[in-house]
Design a protein around this ligand. Structure first.
Ligand SMILES: Nc1ncnc2c1ncn2[C@@H]1O[C@H](COP(=O)(O)OP(=O)(O)O)[C@@H](O)[C@H]1O
Ligand SMILES: [Mg+2]
Length: 356
């Protein structure tokens, strides 16, 4: 804005100054300057000043364009995934996952989102991830899908370094359900199959059954052919989530990731989804992120994260015994189970004692 700000008053003062000075000279001196010349001078002066001022605004435009080009270039110049999508191994996954000293920092962040994280789970494990918000739970799931790949350390699926695995194959073999899932315009069946070639109507039906969605789909006016509008205003949150789970299950993925998938649901819908989790988890590895610990009780293992580190990993009972962060979270959410031990914890966090 500097050029424009500077030239604007200059232009004003130039023209008013010229009028004042010209008029003064024409009235008071006997020189050749008369009123006609002053008017002529003003006209011509405007012609000269105009382009100069617009030059200033051109400079502004150039700078705006530069900034926009930089933004676009930032996106376009990112390394693309083509290499990783077309090259690499295509193993048959079993679902064993290992993180070995994985450190990852988001671009522009000061502290790493994951800090030397190490853990190992065998195939078929149902793993729960808990931790404060910002502790790195979603980051673990993103790295697992190969969305962010510039980490140090190693992530291994069934012992194979993830960097060597074909990304498209990896993502096809993994299922993912987020807190808010996008259902597009189309029938229920199309939303479940969602463009994957080679899947039939039967696949959609059995995925819906496994996800606990069959019950409400059959009550819809046209069953599986019911048309869903974009944003699906005619479905409840719980119904949407169950459809999203069906969509993730339809290709029978060996690894299924649920990142706060039930967090936005009402208790009844949440219970409905959780009731199916055990069945859904049969024969596959599950990674379940939830801030409600009660929905992780059935997990084989629960991992506690804090500031990008693995604090502890174990079963619910083990963690309640030995992990302070977990115990704190658990009794925070389940005060009715409060043993006297919590009294001591509560002293350290006065906010929790209110209303007791
Ligand atoms: N796209 C991003 N860019 C920069 N920092 C991010 C990004 N996503 C997450 N982070 C940071 O990484 C850390 C871990 O985030 P996340 O894995 O989303 O936590 P959680 O899912 O446990 O709440 C946080 O400190 C967060 O601020
Ligand atoms: Mg998260």
């Amino acid at each position: 804005n500097w050029p424009a700000t500077l030239t604007m008053p200059l232009q004003r003062y130039c023209s008013y100054g010229a009028v004042t000075l010209g008029a003064y000279i024409a009235l008071h001196s006997n020189s050749a300057l008369d009123a006609g010349s002053v008017a002529g001078f003003m006209l011509l002066g405007g012609r000269v000043a105009g382009p100069l001022v617009s030059l200033a605004s051109v400079m502004e435009d150039v700078q705006k364009a530069q900034a926009s080009i930089e933004h676009v270039a930032w996106v376009l110049n990112r390394p693309n995934e083509k290499q990783a999508l077309t090259h690499g191994l295509r193993p048959r996954f079993e679902g064993a996952i290992e993180f070995d000293e994985v450190t990852f920092k988001y671009e522009g962040a000061k502290t790493p989102a994951l800090d030397k994280m190490s853990f190992k789970i065998p195939a078929g494990t149902m793993l729960g991830l808990v931790g404060r918000s910002g502790s790195g739970k979603s980051t673990v799931t993103r790295l697992l899908q190969g969305i962010n790949r510039d980490y140090s350390g190693a992530i291994k699926i069934d012992g194979t370094d993830m960097r060597e695995i074909n990304l498209r194959h990896l993502r096809k073999s993994f299922g993912m359900v987020l807190q808010d899932n996008f259902l597009f315009r189309g029938s229920v069946r199309d939303n479940i199959i969602s463009g994957r070639p080679g899947l039939s109507f039967e696949d959609a039906v059995s995925a819906a059954r496994l996800a606990g969605a069959e019950e409400f789909i059959e009550r819809l006016p046209n069953g599986y052919d019911t048309f869903i509008q974009e944003g699906s205003p005619n479905l409840s949150g719980g119904q949407k989530q169950r459809l999203a789970i069906a969509r993730a299950l339809v290709s029978n993925p060996k690894v299924l990731i649920l990142d706060e998938a039930t967090s936005a649901l009402d208790p009844e819908s949440e219970a409905l989804v959780n009731a199916n989790i055990q069945r859904i988890g049969k024969g596959r590895t599950m990674v379940i992120v939830s801030h409600r610990l009660s929905s992780l009780l059935d997990c084989d293992l629960i991992m506690v994260l804090d500031r990008g580190r693995t604090i502890d990993i174990g079963t619910h009972h083990e963690l309640v015994e030995r992990c302070a962060i977990y115990r704190h979270l658990w009794f925070q959410q389940n005060r009715h189970l409060d043993p006297e031990g919590f009294e001591n914890d509560a002293k350290n966090s006065p906010a929790l004692t209110q209303g007791r």
